[in-house]
Ligand binder design. Structure first.
Ligand SMILES: [Zn+2]
Length: 516
């Protein structure tokens, strides 16, 4: 399918070139397709370029019907990432090529990439070695400031036109949980307490990536924040190969998709995905089963058999539940990894579950381990499939996923729901409005209490107000309408209004500050 789009794209540019050369009336227009008009961030724009405006010459002869005109679609960014991990040195050498179509409605003179490993709290982690275009032309004029890599483009870059950009760089992996003032972060490596061996290596948000492009605002790259995710991901296709040097023989590699590599090599493909992550450890115990054609994998450390099994089973059951409620899970595998840091974190096809929940697991569904496994699995629908601007509207995925902890428990373990309200939510006495950006909250706890916990109250009150049938019909419609896109609060409410037969004014006033 992708190859076909590429061919049409070349055909189109050939037509454009011919038109320009002969000065004929061939006109090629880039027409934005039918994006959801309310999306303020629209990486899912599908500009269709239709070379159909060819005025036929005046003649008596019947004109043969031309073959149907293909409608080239906006192609997702294509990543080819070839990574070599020197396990002993904790260094990754990467050659990354991104095929990028101009997503704007006009020529662009530059493009910007987000470089998450280059945040200020990880100095000297990301080292850019070389940037070049597909013809081998080296790019020397660029700026890399924090997480923003800006690359000027000298020749015309027309809407819909593709370019291949190759970035060669190294990563000196940081030690997780070690930067003062920065909360638990999955990126980097951890060590065992007793003998200081490398315990877990996580490659997450580890490569430069193309952010969404928004007409009027350009490339969307927000400032990093020590708590709260700040990245916005358009969908993309990934082809990743990993070679490991100087690693232990029993090293286990978990990833966002299944390993298709041969003996001694690792190769992954993942399409229509927000990102691609890897997690490695020589200590992982692996659980595996199939659910509706999806391979579900669980990776936990030794001595956590009960907790690992519970987290894994929750992932399996939650996957089944959300697929029934909303839409089939779109990827071929889903992986749960026991984090070696005190935080959970979602990525496409793989999530990390807070190590402290494994330690605190009490063999009961009335546990944070089970609740948060259900939460992180829900992110595959609300973050993975339907994305949002995590920095500016974090409630859109976090409030919904927090409430899915309750939806999971009421389905499988109704006796645990009261425990959940008391111990997960109300013990922190959440209050206030939920539509704050990550920059407007005062601390991680303030962020959690409003965005997540008060967010769960909003979802419950919404459900009570419009009724179960409208509530779940709305969520299903929202999952379908914005699959593959980046939804906004406006999208959420515009669609909700068509499902709610009652006035939501007082509900909205209670939970939102900026909603007219
Ligand atoms: Zn979450």
């Amino acid at each position: 399918m992708k190859m076909m789009i590429k061919r049409w794209s070349s055909l189109l540019w050939a037509i454009l070139l011919v038109g320009a050369l002969v000065g004929c009336s061939t006109r090629v227009t880039a027409v934005p397709g039918s994006p959801t008009p309310t999306s303020t961030v629209s990486p899912s724009l599908t500009p269709t370029v239709e070379p159909t405006d060819i005025i036929p010459p005046a003649t008596e002869t019947p004109i043969p019907t031309p073959p149907p005109t293909p409608t080239p679609q906006m192609e997702l960014p294509q990543y080819q990432i070839s990574a070599q991990l020197d396990y002993a040195a904790l260094q990754v050498s990467v050659v990354e090529t991104i095929t990028i179509q101009n997503p704007a409605q006009q020529e662009l003179a530059s493009l910007s990439l987000a470089v998450p490993p280059n945040t200020s709290w990880w100095p000297n982690v990301f080292r850019l070695q070389e940037l070049s275009w597909q013809d081998g032309e080296k790019i020397t004029e660029y700026s890399l400031e924090g997480v923003r890599l800006k690359i000027p483009i000298r020749e015309a870059w027309f809407p819909g036109q593709s370019r291949d950009l190759t970035i060669t760089y190294t990563l000196s992996l940081p030690e997780m949980n070690k930067v003062a003032g920065v909360g638990p972060s999955p990126f980097g490596y951890s060590r065992t307490k007793d003998n200081n061996l490398v315990k877990q290596i996580n490659l997450v948000d580890w490569y430069p990536f193309l952010p969404p492009y928004q007409e009027g605002n350009g490339w969307i790259i927000h400032d990093p924040q020590v708590y709260g995710e700040y990245l916005v991901y358009p969908q993309a296709d990934f082809d990743v190969s990993l070679q490991i040097l100087n690693g232990p023989n029993d090293l286990v590699v978990a990833a966002s998709s299944l390993d298709r590599g041969g003996e001694g090599s690792h190769r992954y493909q993942l399409e229509e995905a927000r990102n691609f992550v890897l997690s490695l450890s020589p200590y992982y115990q692996v659980l595996e089963t199939g659910v509706n054609g999806t391979q579900v994998l669980g990776y936990h450390f030794p001595f956590y058999e009960n907790a690992g099994e519970a987290a894994f089973q929750t992932t399996v059951d939650a996957l089944r539940l959300y697929a029934d409620l909303y839409a089939p899970y779109p990827q071929s595998s889903l992986t749960m990894v026991q984090a070696d840091f005190d935080h959970g974190m979602e990525y496409e096809g793989l999530y990390f579950l807070n190590r402290s929940f494994f330690n605190g697991y009490n063999d009961s569904p009335s546990s944070m381990l089970v609740a948060i496994a259900a939460h992180e699995t829900a992110h595959q629908w609300w973050y993975g499939s339907v994305a949002n601007d995590q920095a500016l509207e974090p409630w859109l995925d976090e409030a919904i996923c927090t409430y899915h902890e309750k939806i999971y428990l009421e389905t499988y373990y109704p006796e645990a729901v009261a425990w959940w309200w008391d111990n997960r939510v109300n013990v922190y006495q959440p209050q206030g409005v939920i539509d704050r950006s990550i920059y407007e909250t005062q601390s991680y706890l303030d962020y959690r209490d409003t965005t997540y916990l008060q967010g769960a109250h909003f979802m419950e009150d919404l459900r009570d107000t419009i009724g179960d049938e409208a509530f779940f019909s709305f969520l299903k419609a929202y999952a379908e309408a914005y699959a593959g896109k980046i939804a906004t609060g406006d999208d959420f409410f515009n669609l909700l209004e068509t499902y709610a037969e009652v006035d939501l004014r007082s509900l909205v006033d209670r939970y939102f500050q900026d909603r007219p």
